[in-house]
Ligand binder design. Structure first.
Ligand code: MIC
Ligand code: SF4
Length: 649
């Protein structure tokens, strides 16, 4: 039987297990990526592993999320990251050089390679045939030390593309259509492999918009085959020699097939405040807009911004609205400037910003109260923009620019008809770009050979080995789809403590309940209860570390997001799956106790536990863990276990 492209790449990198859906496999990692919000912990953990240098083919550290330096903490973090990259042999991309996924795609992404990144949008280079997976920082640190990455073998789903995109529809509309059909949980345990005649009509930047936002479906990753367009893209980057032709075998078998006719797509939009609240733009047309932002790792490339620039050229954006353009990389920004597009945008009234994630996680350009913000980003979780009760819509650059011209949400097809002189901008790639100009310090140019830690950089918290008794007060009962942004918000006032868990933990779950951290600390032992898809969103391991630091011992949820569940294991927390009835019955404040000797049961292979609630009633909770995850829990976390393994060798 033939293989899917995913299976081929996994097979080439397999070090443990079989490619059977649901089974745990270990794969060798070629490249790793870290960024500034997750990277400090990655390097502190790497330091704790006491290795001399990075063991993967390539490691790259980016400074992208918070590039506005509010106080010394962030600048100290960036300096620490530079020193860590220099000390251990990683590439270092300076603040201002762009968002990790954009810069990585331009400079390092290569067909057929595997990559692990401490950011949930790591799958972006899947658009170039790289198999890239997002993970918690500790998994990335261990992979960087040469250890395999363990993941449940996903089901491979064939997304067959037919036809070609019509005028005004874009790659963003394709991924929004996937979200409309499948929801934010629709990709859990899956890889989306794009195939079919429609693939060749999409440029590499369009493909990476799609693979980037596969994360919002909950997918393990997404991938495209390679072809002349991939080759051409790499050649423009001066990396033509890295091209490899890759595709699935003709007789490959997929777990499922989804067919999307590109020619039937129209401009779509996600309405507040979940990426899968997708409707045709026409359904919400007429809504007043006060802010429009074009940028991010989803739509921040040259090929994404150029359509918006062409649309506003020679026009003026509405006076009661602000339009911000933040190029995803310095490369994109530099090319647009050289070709005069930045000047055109500025003349139209656009506020051109630095290359950063910034506003995507509420750092800068926070929307005004009670206002609508239209963004080309990938997430619109409530409060993520930096203000509670925000109203953030997600759309393509074309829809964003149309709103800036009109002052309200409008389908660009209708605006074109109204104006008479607005043409569909299409997609155009830049001419050759000399990659050496990128603002990256190579390992052989390193400026530091020792770690430089500022006063805000703390230690990695460790936990005791798993004991027999687990349980305590239900410190918080939460609903479905709780995001890591709820658990540890990423706004600048909070994120500045990312390297200092003692301080950061004070903000744990504060967006759900302001008194949580205080209560958790006071009670010392406790559990969390949640509905479906707990921990969706980011790879932020702080969302497991901080509850652990405050004394949470177990999380009982109806289901978990993949990366967050792995992070819970990594920090020694017990993830238990409960059914709807049990969820309904447990109240906040109830005392929940796991009945068995937990340490012994985990070691003995138990797949379920009895929980006793308030000494009054009992229920069964499922425990789905691999052999390796059981060992991690027993040791009190992955860092302790990995150190023990190194010492044993
Ligand atoms: C995000 O988009 O939420 C982030 C910020 O990029 C996170 C990483 C983080 O938590 O710092 C992600 O997606 O993993
Ligand atoms: Fe940055 Fe936003 Fe992309 Fe996360 S989703 S990497 S915050 S641009």
């Amino acid at each position: 039987m033939g293989q899917t492209l995913t299976e081929k790449i996994l097979d080439d990198h397999l070090v443990e297990g079989d490619l059977e859906p649901g089974e745990e496999i270990g794969i060798e990692i070629d490249q790793v990526l870290t960024q500034d919000t997750t990277g400090t912990m990655v390097w502190l953990q790497f330091e704790a592993l006491e290795l001399d240098e990075v063991q993967t083919e390539l490691a790259a550290q980016y400074c992208d999320h918070q590039t506005y330096q509010f106080d010394f903490k962030n600048t100290d973090d960036h300096r620490f990251l530079r020193s860590a990259a220099g000390t251990y042999g990683a590439y270092f991309s300076r603040p201002g050089n762009g968002i990790c996924h954009n810069v990585h795609k331009e400079n390092f992404a290569a067909p057929g390679k595997t990559m692990l990144g401490s950011d949930s949008h790591t799958p972006t280079p899947g658009g170039l045939g790289e198999l890239a997976i997002g993970a918690g920082g500790l998994d990335v640190a261990v992979a960087m030390g040469g250890g395999p990455y363990f993941v449940e073998m996903p089901e491979v789903v064939n997304v067959r593309l037919e036809g070609e995109l019509p005028d005004w529809a874009s790659a963003k509309d394709l991924i929004l259509e996937m979200l409309r059909r499948l929801s934010v949980k629709g990709g859990v345990g899956k890889v989306f492999e794009y195939t079919g005649p429609g693939v060749e009509s999409l440029s590499v930047p369009e493909r990476t918009t799609i693979t980037n936002m596969g994360t919002e479906l909950g997918a393990t990753t997404s991938i495209f085959p390679t072809d002349d367009r991939t080759k051409n893209y790499l050649e423009r980057q001066g990396r033509g020699d890295e091209y490899v032709e890759l595709s699935a075998d003709e007789d490959a078998e997929y777990a499922d097939e989804i067919v999307v006719d590109l020619s039937a797509l129209e401009p779509l939009i996600s309405t507040p405040s979940m990426p899968d609240n997708v409707v045709p733009v026409r359904e919400v047309a007429g809504e007043d807009v006060e802010q429009v932002i074009v940028g991010s790792c989803t739509n921040g490339g040259y090929a994404d911004i150029l359509p918006a620039a062409k649309m506003v050229e020679g026009r003026e954006i509405q006076k009661d609205l602000e339009m911000i353009v933040a190029p995803g990389s310095k490369q994109a920004g530099e090319l647009l400037a050289r070709e005069g597009w930045t000047a055109e945008m500025m003349a139209a009234g656009v506020n051109v910003s630095e290359s950063t994630c910034g506003p995507c996680i509420g750092i800068g350009h926070v929307p005004a109260s009670d206002s609508v913000s239209l963004r080309t980003f990938n997430r619109n979780f409530e409060g993520r923009s930096g203000i509670e009760n925000d109203s953030v819509y997600l759309c393509s650059p074309q829809v964003a620019a149309a709103a800036a011209i009109k002052g309200e949400i409008v389908d660009p097809r209708d605006l074109a008809e109204e104006l008479g002189d607005l043409e569909s901008p299409g997609v155009e790639l830049p001419d050759q770009y000399d990659g050496s100009k990128a603002d990256i310090i190579r390992p052989d140019e390193a400026v530091d050979d020792d770690l430089i830690k500022g006063p805000n950089i703390g230690d990695v918290p460790l936990k005791d080995p798993l004991g027999a008794d687990i349980g305590g007060e239900t410190l918080l009962k939460m609903e479905d789809n709780i995001t890591t942004d709820h658990i540890i918000p990423a706004t600048s006032d909070i994120l500045k403590f990312r390297s200092n868990i003692e301080r950061l933990s004070e903000f744990t779950l504060s967006r759900v309940d302001e008194t949580f951290a205080e209560r958790a600390k006071a009670s010392d032992h406790g559990v969390l209860v949640a509905g479906e898809n707990y921990g969706q969103g980011s790879s932020r391991e702080h969302a497991a570390m901080c509850p652990m630091y405050l004394g949470v011992e177990a999380v009982l949820a109806q289901s978990f997001a993949r990366i967050h569940k792995a992070n819970l294991f990594n920090f020694g927390l017990l993830p238990l799956t409960i059914d709807g009835e049990t969820y309904d019955r447990i109240e906040q404040g109830d005392h929940v106790e796991v009945v068995d000797d937990v340490a012994a049961a985990v070691a003995g292979g138990a797949e379920e536990f009895t929980i006793r609630v308030d000494d009054d009633w009992e229920a069964t909770a499922q425990f789905d863990a691999s052999e390796r995850e059981r060992e991690i829990l027993a040791a009190g976390g992955k860092l302790t276990l990995t150190k023990q393994q190194y010492e044993g060798d």
